[in-house]
Design a protein around this ligand. Structure first.
Ligand code: ADP
Length: 882
């Protein structure tokens, strides 16, 4: 190190404290990066990598970005999960002796960004802390832009994962008590920026008291303290807007594990990871950014409290009934800006005059909003209206102090209104008078000299000057003015009088700018005192916005108010899938009913692929979730119990990130449901077992059904293409078969998407393959094989399934048995193979002759009609034999 130049030594010293960040090192008008930071940043930001001599043996890699254009570069890095430490010159270079002092003034990380451009309007941005104490995991998270702070505890890492996954958490601060494996899950599987933070012994615990008023448990307090301490040590900014931590009692909300949130596409789709096509996309008719974030939060945490839910239904109903008033309400809400984030910026000290203008405008809409709410007949809406705080004093203060159209920045003045501060008015008068005087002077000089084009101008270097074009110089009496500057076409002059006025004007302007800045800072401090009230107002406005959104959607899409019941019965008549029906522009969605009660808790759904099994299952889950966030539901009528948790295993989403096979994911998700579900839960299992071989899969499917039936008693929908499983209804009293019907017309299959009682009796796999456009000859061949297999199946059918006694213990064994998993990799999902195995076909003596005939058929040279005829003959022969 000694051979490096002093500046590079300074860089290395600072960098040693910020090893996990890109260090943006301020050099003049640039932020420079050196060494590895430079190489990596050049790649990430696509900027030129250069090098410089730093005193060492080799040149140092270097790259830089202009200081004034840094926001976008920082944004790119932070969005990719990196942290950026901003290192500024902290003394005036002119007076510095030796190398200018520099220090890190801010560390920008994915969880701590505050700048508007780096935040999504409709989404919270959380920074979390995670710890593990006495076998319990604690999670605390904060949105620095809004000041919300939460804390919760869970007893298993899996649950912790779900809690993190279900929220827009971007970064997590962890303690060393987390195992390396757990740390990897957070960084690799959940793709979070992970920071380590140890609490120093010298920490001043009393300084956290205000945030811990609602939290009495030590481990929860520790989680909050770690989080806040991390922020305090990386962000040198005020945290006055942070609200006391709120404990989230998970038992008070509908449990949705991460698989379910993903599978049910509540806030984003699985394929494209976008909002479009998700439940949020259908429900979001909010008109404020706060409302948008609130709706997401409601979706993250559906309620269990029947009373609170009924209150929400009643308000939605009230809004639905009075559409003219609702429109007025929407209009009121539309002009309310993001009060939460404005409050955050006020506390952080980066609020600008335009922000306060937005606050002023928002507050000016509150009386109108109250008035609109009073026009509703619903007592709930009236009460919300009465409870709205108009913050009249704050509004008055802003109206009196803030100019009508203040600028974004603090540099140019024009922030404070005339008449607010006498001293400021005086300065402004001086400056205005001076300018008037100059205008008058221009007029007077023109008349005196008879030079019409004479003008008085201003620039930063020479100040005010009198300009005369060269063509008119002859009209100017010798020595009238003092020459200051010669241009190609004109001469510029000054007079002592002009300079005197200029002095007055500039002094007044400078003083007025200074004073404006001071007044603005005072104003900001005054606004700070209102932050808690502003946050409360924001919450009420957000609630209203979400409820009106529900009302608008319910009206547009024809949703009904659900009835919550304490009984075990779930009845949905003419239910629909909110997203699928919205995407289907032809209005052809086929509604379906469902009834589950104490006697029938499980439905085994059979039917061909593409018939609508998983859509049906999802629609039930989405209906339950919609009901438990307080929204109306897509059905003719719905009576629902309040579910405590929803578990799903739907679709074949390979977990590529964690490198697990489809089958392993399937088993893990099922295990999750089996571990945690209660008899008040809803379980959806779609095609369990298809990730492995037929018998394996069928055995596991049966064992799972039996386990849920005998030991859990949760309401369960289980779809399968293993027709053999339908005979389970004989032994499992609470299980019923239903199927999705399809019809065949002229060899084509038509899906009716209608759920009917009883098991499905045919497999339409080949028809689906045909619809998918597989070659005709291949389809013919498959039809021939199918006929053959079916003729043997009749005997075997049912027998196998009854023989297959698989205990739950052996299922668990299978989950952990690596052999089973690797076998799953080797074997493909062959839908047809379960009808019979080839061996059993050839061992059947009755069919030997037919088999021979079949073998002799040269399918490749036959036309489809020949094949049909041959098949017809074979079938006839077979029936004759039987
Ligand atoms: P399965 O799970 O039986 O393979 P899906 O539930 O995936 O079938 O449904 C396949 C397609 O059928 C869906 O993408 C949707 O377009 C359509 N579909 C499903 N249910 C309905 C319905 N009730 N009404 C209209 N179309 C439906």
């Amino acid at each position: 190190m000694p051979s490096y130049t002093p500046m590079i030594q300074q860089y290395l010293k600072i960098k040693a404290r910020y090893t996990d960040c890109f260090l943006f090192f301020r050099l003049g008008d640039f932020y420079e990066m050196f060494f590895d930071d430079a190489t990596k940043a050049a790649q990430e930001l696509e900027i030129t990598l250069t090098s410089r001599d730093g005193g060492g043996e080799e040149r140092i890699p270097m790259c830089g970005i202009p200081y004034h254009a840094s926001t976008n570069y920082i944004k790119t890095l932070v969005e990719r999960g990196y942290k950026v430490a901003i290192c500024e010159q902290v003394e005036d270079p002119k007076t510095a002796k030796g190398v200018v002092k520099r220090d890190v003034v801010q560390v920008i990380t994915p969880g701590t960004v505050m700048e508007g451009a780096m935040l999504l309007e409709n989404e919270n941005n959380y920074l979390a802390s995670v710890d593990c104490i006495d076998d319990h995991y604690t999670l605390s998270f904060i949105d620095l832009s809004t000041g919300e702070l939460y804390v919760l505890t869970v007893d298993q890492f899996d649950r912790l994962k779900s809690e993190i996954y279900n929220r827009p958490i971007k970064e997590v601060v962890i303690s060393d008590r987390l195992s390396t494996k757990e740390q990897h899950v957070l960084s690799d599987e959940l793709q979070l920026t992970v920071s380590h933070h140890t609490l120093a012994d010298t920490i001043d615990y009393a300084s956290f008291d205000a945030l811990l008023t609602n939290v009495d448990h030590n481990s929860l307090q520790q989680a909050v303290i770690r989080l806040i301490h991390y922020i305090r040590s990386t962000q040198q900014r005020s945290l006055e807007h942070v609200q006391p931590a709120e404990i989230i009692e998970l038992s008070g909300y509908l449990g949705l594990d991460m698989h379910s949130k993903r599978n049910l596409e509540l806030t984003e789709t699985m394929m494209k990871k976008g909002k479009q096509g998700s439940l949020l996309w259908v429900l979001d008719q909010t008109v404020t950014a706060m409302g948008g974030r609130y709706l997401k939060k409601w979706l993250e945490r559906p309620l269990l409290d029947e009373r609170a839910l009924n209150e929400r239904y009643n308000m939605v109903e009230g809004l639905l009934d009075q559409f003219i008033e609702r429109d007025a309400l929407r209009e009121d809400l539309q002009s309310i800006y993001d009060l939460e984030r404005l409050s955050g910026r006020v506390a952080f000290g980066n609020v600008n005059p335009r922000d306060l203008q937005q606050l002023k405008l928002s507050l000016s809409r509150i009386p109108g909003l109250k008035q609109t709410l009073s026009t509703f007949t619903s007592p709930y809406l009236q009460t919300i209206g009465e409870d709205l705080d108009t913050l009249a004093e704050l509004r008055d203060l802003l109206e009196q102090s803030l100019a009508d159209e203040p600028p974004m920045t603090l540099k140019e003045g024009g922030i404070i209104q005339d008449g607010f501060d006498p001293q400021l008015d005086e300065y402004r008068d001086a400056s205005r008078n001076g300018k008037q005087w100059i205008n008058a002077l221009e007029q007077q000089e023109r008349e005196e000299t008879k030079i019409k084009s004479l003008k008085i101008g201003y620039n930063r270097v020479f100040g005010y000057y009198i300009e005369v074009t060269k063509a008119n110089l002859h009209l100017l009496p010798e020595g009238k003015y003092e020459r200051k500057q010669t241009l190609t076409n004109a001469e510029r002059y000054i007079t002592p009088e002009l300079k005197e006025k200029e002095n007055l004007i500039l002094q007044a302007e400078e003083k007025s700018l200074e004073l404006e800045l001071q007044l603005f800072t005072e104003l900001r401090e005054k606004v700070k005192a209102y932050i808690p009230r502003l946050q409360q107002l924001a919450e009420r406005v957000s609630t209203l916005d979400v409820l009106q959104s529900f009302a608008v959607v319910s009206e547009q899409e024809g949703y009904v108010k659900p009835t919550l019941t304490k009984q075990e019965t779930l009845t949905i008549t003419e239910g629909r899938h909110p997203v699928v029906e919205k995407v289907m522009t032809d209005g052809m969605y086929v509604p379906n009913d469902i009834t589950l009660d104490g006697e029938t808790k499980m439905l085994l759904i059979t039917g061909p692929n593409m018939s609508g099994k998983s859509t049906y299952m999802r629609q039930i889950a989405l209906t339950v979730i919609m009901a438990q966030i307080g929204c109306f539901v897509p059905a003719e009528s719905a009576t629902l119990p309040v579910f405590d948790q929803i578990f799903t295993r739907i679709g074949a989403a390979d977990d590529l990130v964690s490198g697990q096979s489809t089958f392993m994911v399937e088993m893990l998700e099922s295990k999750h449901a089996l571990d945690f579900a209660t008899n008040n839960s809803l379980i959806l299992l779609d095609e369990i077992g298809r990730g492995t071989s037929t018998y394996d899969g069928m055995a596991l499917a049966q064992a799972i059904i039996e386990h849920v039936h005998d030991h859990i008693g949760a309401k369960t929908l289980f779809s399968t293409h293993y027709h053999e499983l339908t005979s389970l209804s004989e032994s499992l009293t609470q299980l019923e078969n239903v199927h999705v019907s399809a019809e065949e017309h002229d060899g084509e299959v038509i899906f009716l998407h209608k759920i009917k009682p009883g098991p499905a009796d045919e497999s339409y796999g080949i028809h689906v393959a045909k619809l998918a456009g597989l070659p005709g000859s291949l389809i013919n061949r498959a039809n021939v094989i199918l006929q053959l297999l079916e003729s043997n199946q009749a005997e075997d059918k049912g027998a196998k399934i009854k023989e297959t006694a698989v205990s739950f213990e052996s299922l668990e064994q299978a989950v952990i048995n690596k052999k089973a998993v690797s076998k799953a990799h080797q074997q493909t999902d062959d839908q047809l193979s379960f009808f019979a195995e080839t061996k059993s076909v050839s061992s059947n003596s009755k069919t030997t002759r037919l088999e021979k005939k079949l073998k002799q058929l040269d399918l490749m040279s036959m036309t489809p009609i020949d094949a049909m005829n041959a098949l017809f003959d074979l079938k006839k022969e077979l029936q004759g034999e039987e």
